[in-house]
Design a protein around this ligand. Structure first.
Ligand SMILES: N[C@@H](CCC(=O)N[C@@H](CS)C(=O)NCC(=O)O)C(=O)O
Length: 221
């Protein structure tokens, strides 16, 4: 199977899928959609993604291409298509817990600090977008720290193996740093992040390791 991941080096949603692909040990090709230059709005990309977003994963097999959007659907598909090692635990309650932790980020934090709403805020209320992003990221991480700390965590968000929730946690902490959010109040999340970043699939998925990452002195905020 040939896997093509449409994404952008700094997109935290693409980052989630890079981690998942790495945990599964799958080879994939990056196709760059430069969000800063507006490539997501091109006709070609809108045909791939109705919301003009990344990630999009194309899975080509036997001359047919399956096109997948939304990181949660992509990661769940990967987990069902390539079951080992699993991204979700075997028990029903554990699976619900892990999906809920991932959703804390996917629907509870990231959409509030995504670049499109922040850009609109910046146009209407210049300067307020920074306060807005920091507030929502910090509030969301406080909730996530409590949720992960419910007794189900081990070395990782759920037990001692990395999984779906960790694919969401690490990029969200990356976004938090980018927006200048103080991470000291979330010791459990930071401890899990450290355990994740000791693993090669998480290291390879880091934004600054991607082919489209500009040199540090040419990065804009
Ligand atoms: N829920 C979606 C979120 C996707 C998303 O928000 N992608 C962002 C980048 S992280 C995007 O493409 N933004 C378009 C833009 O900035 O115009 C997913 O998990 O795939």
């Amino acid at each position: 199977m040939r896997l093509r991941l449409y994404g952008y080096w700094r997109s935290s949603s693409t980052w989630r899928v890079r981690i998942g692909l790495g945990l599964k040990g799958l080879a994939w090709e990056p196709v760059i959609v430069n969000l800063l230059e507006g490539e997501q709005w091109s006709e070609a990309h809108r045909a791939r993604s109705p919301l003009a977003q990344v990630p999009v994963l194309d899975a080509e097999e036997d001359g047919r291409t399956l096109r997948l959007v939304q990181s949660m659907a992509i990661l769940e598909w990967l987990d069902e298509r390539f079951p080992e090692p699993p991204l979700l635990p075997p028990d029903l309650a554990g699976r619900a817990r892990v999906r809920a932790l991932a959703e804390h980020v996917n629907s509870g934090i990231q959409p509030l600090q995504n670049s499109l709403p922040l850009q609109m805020l910046k146009e209407k209320l210049p300067g307020y977008e920074k306060e807005w992003a920091r507030f929502h990221i910090a509030a969301g991480l406080a909730a996530l720290e409590r949720a992960v700390g419910d007794g189900g965590a081990g070395r990782f968000c759920h037990g001692d193996a990395p999984g779906l929730a960790d694919c969401y946690l690490v990029p969200q902490l990356g976004n938090a740093r980018r927006h200048g959010v103080e991470l000291a109040p979330y010791p459990l999340l930071r401890r899990i992040e450290e355990a994740c970043l000791a693993l090669a699939p998480f290291q390879a998925a880091q934004p600054d390791r991607q082919p489209d990452a500009p040199p540090p002195d040419r990065r804009t905020s």
